[in-house]
Design a protein around this ligand. Structure first.
Ligand SMILES: NC(=O)c1ccc[n+]([C@@H]2O[C@H](COP(=O)([O-])OP(=O)(O)OC[C@H]3O[C@@H](n4cnc5c(N)ncnc54)[C@H](OP(=O)(O)O)[C@@H]3O)[C@@H](O)[C@H]2O)c1
Length: 215
């Protein structure tokens, strides 16, 4: 199965590192173009290829590692998904300019973290995300932990838990295989409408903790 990664920032680059470490090839893309990805490719090795957004988006499994504010404009111009798997690793937060009024807003409980929640009008983020990728089989995953832990699947004598959810059993099984190959402990939270909100930062009840399954 081919894999694409859209976004090569904190999350996308660490997904690429995780896949490379697990011997899984992938094509990664970003806004600045393939040449800007030469240092990452040099670091992780030739199993990770820098490509265009069209190349990454045409893979069998496509990781979306974009900021929430960029989703609509990037995903809106991609060809039909035709049942391919999209891993939604995003969170509905806005990254704040440290000098902005929002960053100093005392009513924002997340100001200290440099983010604020995006108002989705009462919907949860997967409800909004799946409308942006019509025809895709969406699996919500890789969104609930700080990206730095993706390099540490085995901790404290066990395997770090990664939650995932989705409405298509076969799609979830394929994402689970990636988590297994990367030496994490996958936990299925059920349907997108159930598992998505449970493990979505900042307020999902399962998002804040870091769980380890002891062998
Ligand atoms: N950071 C974390 O610890 C973490 C953990 C879990 C989930 N998340 C979620 O992951 C998502 C990404 O976060 P991040 O921290 O990785 O953000 P980031 O470092 O800002 O990376 C965003 C990436 O999106 C790319 N991008 C922007 N516009 C694009 C376009 N038109 N076409 C293709 N690529 C485009 C950027 O490309 P350029 O590099 O060329 O600018 C960049 O590589 C967010 O939804 C966040 O909430 C983050």
């Amino acid at each position: 199965m081919s894999i694409g990664i859209i976004g090569s920032g904190a999350l996308g680059s660490n997904i690429a590192r995780m896949l490379a470490r697990s011997g899984i090839p992938a094509t990664i893309t970003n806004r600045r173009g393939p040449a800007s990805l030469a240092p990452l490719v040099a670091e992780v090795g030739s199993s990770i290829t820098a490509g265009t957004i069209e190349e990454a988006a045409s893979a069998d499994i496509v990781f979306v590692a974009l900021r929430w504010v960029d989703l609509e404009k990037v995903l809106g111009r991609l060809p039909a998904w035709d049942g391919r798997i999209v891993v939604d690793a995003t969170n509905a937060v806005e990254f704040l300019d440290p000098n902005s009024a929002d960053a100093k807003d005392p009513s924002n409980p997340l100001a200290a973290y440099g983010i604020k929640v995006v108002d989705l009008g009462g919907k949860h983020s997967s409800q909004v995300f799946r409308q942006l990728v019509p025809g895709a089989r969406v699996v919500k995953a890789f969104n609930h932990l700080d990206v730095r832990v993706l390099s540490q699947p085995q901790v404290s004598g066990g395997r770090r838990v990664l939650f995932y959810s989705g409405d298509d059993a076969a799609a979830k099984a394929d994402v689970r295989k990636i988590m297994d190959a990367a030496a994490f402990s996958p936990v299925d939270l059920g349907a997108l409408d159930v598992g998505g909100p449970l493990a979505s930062p900042p307020f999902g009840p399962l998002a804040a903790g870091s769980f380890v399954k002891l062998a």
